[in-house]
Design a protein around this ligand. Structure first.
Ligand SMILES: Cc1ncc(COP(=O)(O)O)c(C=O)c1O
Length: 464
């Protein structure tokens, strides 16, 4: 426990000015006081001023088992004492070997092979490099095109960022556009008004097939998709969408890559969601975040035995897959992941999420009666409250883009950290959250949204 530590917030903020944060806005950097988190326990954070906040986003979709778990601290310290690091190139280590076998056992189908990375973005890049390598080995070097989707988020390395499809992330940076393509987002909330959800789903499936045919099936290598588009605003695609995408991919010999960086390790009540929730056994699954509950950075690419078999054996033309990182299979990080998975299984995390998830979703949906709330959606322990100031979902992006930030500001003052994304507030609390804590979270969120609404009305921005 470090509860008695005292912090000089102003001094820390001054030091913090040297830190270029992710998605830094250089124009305004340092001009708005940043909340500095100093301690955390369970689902709660404490800032340097001593304010207690519910951790609405679980860090960044990752602190699944909750903060301050002393078993994790012990496991990490023990591995540091035993053997902190050795090169993964030609040598093995005990935790990484054990973890790869464990992941192979938990993963669906024949996804038996694991490539360790340092996080989600490097998992995306490694998967795409693997696909390129595979097709080069198989003598089809032209089969390189990748299809992704609008609203997707796949990370911040060059290839991963190029696969992402959020318009606001696409300004002032360069992206690979030669072989990475995007089809429409499967967001039922923003579907054309004249389409039913079923017709909308049909249209998105047809669009995927049309894109493959346009590019040429012999040139398309893979389709990459998050089961639920997380940072795009917790977009749950229409029923059957993923299964039908997989069928299209199979028809045209296109690999299906499921980006489970957010959805794996319990957020939807299963270790992996692809098959258990969406009835899809992909060729490749990407994971990170919840694999260590964010205690240490780790990513993993799970690859099917079918693909590895094509590269193995005497007849195979393959050579070295020259891709990897100094910290691939880092023993301390893998020891943390093993302990995390042990805790999740032993303490019934999947069962708990399957029990409280529907309650979380039902309580949050009560917020739909607030006039500026356009839609509440989600699944398991991930959800999004999307505001629509003019009552028209399709126009909400143009209206008051800072609505989420205003709600976050009010919620923070009331004891809840939310993740604002434009007009959306995203929620993905630690999986240990109880029903009483869900009540606390929803109660604060309601007050925060109502306070923001009153403010918007007073400023004449919302006319309701
Ligand atoms: C679905 C998805 N894929 C990939 C990433 C990138 O992971 P990282 O930030 O660990 O590189 C993220 C991060 O939020 C994500 O949500």
């Amino acid at each position: 426990m470090i509860s008695n530590l005292h912090f000089d917030t102003e001094q820390i903020r001054e030091q913090d000015r040297h830190w270029i944060h992710p998605w830094e806005n250089f124009k305004t950097a340092g001009t708005t006081p940043r909340t500095i988190i100093a301690r955390s326990e369970g689902i709660y954070l404490t800032d340097t001023e001593g304010n207690r906040l519910i951790d609405g986003p679980a860090g960044m979709w990752c602190v699944n088992i909750g903060h301050g778990n002393s078993e994790m601290a012990e496991a990490i310290a023990e591995q540091v004492r035993r053997m902190p690091y050795y090169s993964p190139w030609s040598l093995g280590n005990v935790p990484a070997a054990e973890l790869s076998a464990k992941l192979a056992a938990l993963a669906p189908g024949d996804l038996d092979h694991v490539f360790f990375t340092t996080g989600g973005s490097t998992a995306v890049d490694s998967a795409l490099r693997f696909v390129m390598y595979l097709n080069n080995c198989l003598g089809r070097p032209e089969k390189k095109h990748i299809i992704s989707r609008q609203d997707a988020y796949h990370g911040a390395t060059y290839l991963a960022a190029s696969c992402s499809g959020k318009p606001r992330d696409k300004v002032l940076l360069d992206f690979e556009t030669g072989f990475i393509h995007h089809i429409g987002s499967p967001n039922p909330y923003r579907r054309p008004a004249e389409l039913s959800v079923e017709d909308f789903c049909d249209a998105r499936i047809a669009e995927l097939e049309a894109k493959i045919l346009e590019l040429g099936p012999d040139r398309v290598a893979a389709f990459i998709a998050e089961p639920v588009l997380a940072s795009g605003g917790v977009i749950v695609p229409p029923p059957g969408y993923h299964k039908r995408c997989l069928e299209v991919c199979r028809r045209h010999d296109v690999l299906y890559i499921s980006d489970e960086v957010v959805t794996a390790f319990g957020r939807l009540g299963h270790f992996f969601a692809s098959e258990a929730v969406f009835e899809v056994v992909p060729d490749i699954i990407l994971t990170a975040k919840g694999i260590t509950s964010g205690y240490l950075p780790l990513g993993a690419v799970l690859i099917s035995d079918r693909l590895i078999q094509q590269l193995s054996g005497k007849e195979a033309e393959s050579g070295m897959f020259a891709n990897g990182f100094t910290y691939s299979g880092h023993p301390v990080v893998c020891a943390a992941a093993l302990k995390n998975l042990e805790i999740m299984a032993r303490d019934g995390f999947m069962e708990h999420v399957r029990e409280v998830g529907p309650y979380f979703q039902a309580r949050l949906r009560e917020l739909a009666d607030i006039p500026i709330v356009g839609e509440v959606r989600g699944m398991g322990l991930m959800a999004c409250v999307e505001c629509a100031l003019d009552g028209d979902a399709r126009d909400s992006l143009e209206v008051g883009y800072d609505v989420g930030a205003r709600i976050d500001r009010h919620c923070q003052a009331l004891g809840l950290l939310v993740r604002p994304l434009g007009p959306m507030c995203v929620m993905s609390p630690p999986l240990i959250i109880t029903k009483a804590q869900i009540d606390e979270l929803v109660g604060i969120l309601r007050k925060g949204i109502e306070a923001a609404m009153a403010e918007l009305r007073a400023e004449g921005i919302w006319k309701g």
